[in-house]
Design a protein around this ligand. Structure first.
Ligand code: PMP
Length: 358
């Protein structure tokens, strides 16, 4: 098998032992004679897979008992519409724009009610999270929406603003499970699976129970959080195979020592790459040091005419999917939980060699 390191922003690298186990269990799951893909979602086999996945996810993030975990479809972008439908209840909502994904959330939510943009770093090319003292928060907002890790520009929140009780709704798609979080600081946490959780097609929503009574009558049943919470996320057929793989990823993460242990590895990996970028004039990263993402590291070659040569050489060296997001340009290395240290070392070696020869 060709040995590569995959730096895709998502769908992204999965832990190799997870793929191997899925392969081993593909035709016959635990001796039942069926593939997970062939099981009824209401049968005892799949129900046990779902229950274990939820229990492991809860334990990895220490999710308090007064929060529900929903396994939904439609990705994070579907939630952009479902958040206002489930939460606005005739009020307005506050949104912070810190990158392309939170801007997209504002655009999507605006169809459903009054959205106030309380902070924006757009004019600063999304280089930092604006200082909280400048945020124009509204005390009577239904919620405050944030994207705590901006996948395109590589900007990560390190703390949360004080909202005086207004629930925070956080899009954690691209850094969930990469660092410990205090779930009780949030009203809702959501994330598309295809980065640190598993395959595309699944979106996890963690929602505090007292927020489940506010949905507009227009909310589709499959996206009504209360309806789904009351029905174990099975008002429709859930994405069973994606849930199964997510469950294997959770078990793998537990075997690594959980989120607390993987955070240490993630810090080391990110430091290695940032320290190299900062040590040379050949490459540059524009993000304010305190907000540099540990998961998505965009960088530019000073001489952008070398971009194609850089990518061609990287691919030849087995370093795949390093091209930056089309809205940002340059390069981007996504180094999620499943990216081994060896992958980051190989990338830095390649970057050094490319700089030396160009
Ligand atoms: N939010 C963030 C932070 C993302 O990174 C992405 C996808 N890259 C999305 C939302 C959209 O996710 P999806 O395409 O699964 O709806």
């Amino acid at each position: 098998m060709k040995h590569i390191f995959n730096f895709s922003a998502g769908p992204a690298v999965l832990p190799q032992p997870v793929l191997a186990r899925a392969q081993a269990e593909m035709l016959d799951w635990h001796g039942c004679g069926m593939s997970v893909m062939e099981m009824s979602h209401r049968g005892k086999e799949f129900m046990s897979i779902l229950a274990k996945a939820e229990a492991d996810f809860r334990s990895l993030l220490h999710i308090p008992n007064d929060y529900k975990v929903l396994f939904l479809q439609g990705g994070a972008i579907a939630q952009n519409a479902m958040i206002p439908l489930n939460l606005l209840a005739g009020k307005s909502a506050d949104y912070a724009i810190t990158g392309g994904w939170s801007k997209r959330s504002v655009d999507d939510a605006s169809a459903y009610g009054k959205i106030n943009v309380v902070a924006s770093s757009e004019n600063d090319q999304y280089r930092a999270v604006p200082d909280f003292s400048s945020w124009k928060l509204n005390k009577d907002a239904a919620y405050l929406h944030l994207c705590t890790n901006e996948t395109m520009s590589g900007v990560e929140f390190v703390d949360m603003p004080n909202t005086s009780g207004v629930p925070i709704v956080a899009d954690m798609s691209s850094h969930i499970l990469s660092r410990p979080i205090d779930v009780s600081q949030y009203g809702v946490i959501y994330g598309g699976a295809q980065k640190n959780i598993g395959p595309a097609g699944l979106c996890l929503v963690i929602v505090r129970e007292d927020l489940l009574d506010r949905a507009s009558a227009l909310t589709p049943a499959v996206f009504n959080w209360k309806t789904q919470a009351d029905n174990q996320s099975m008002i429709n057929t859930p994405p069973t195979y994606s849930i199964y793989i997510a469950g294997l990823v959770f078990e793998w993460l537990q075997a690594q020592g959980g989120v607390e242990a993987i955070e240490k590895v993630n810090i080391t990996k990110a430091n290695l790459l940032y320290e190299y970028i900062d040590s040379t004039d050949f490459y540059i990263n524009h993000v304010a040091i305190k907000n540099r993402s540990r998961m998505n590291i965009p960088f530019f070659l000073r001489d952008e005419s070398l971009n194609d040569a850089f990518l061609r050489g990287a691919e030849a060296a087995g370093l795949l999917q390093l091209k930056g997001h089309r809205a940002v340009g340059g390069m981007r290395a996504s180094i999620y939980n499943a990216m081994p240290m060896a992958g980051v070392k190989a990338l830095v070696l390649y970057m050094q060699e490319f700089a030396r020869t160009h």
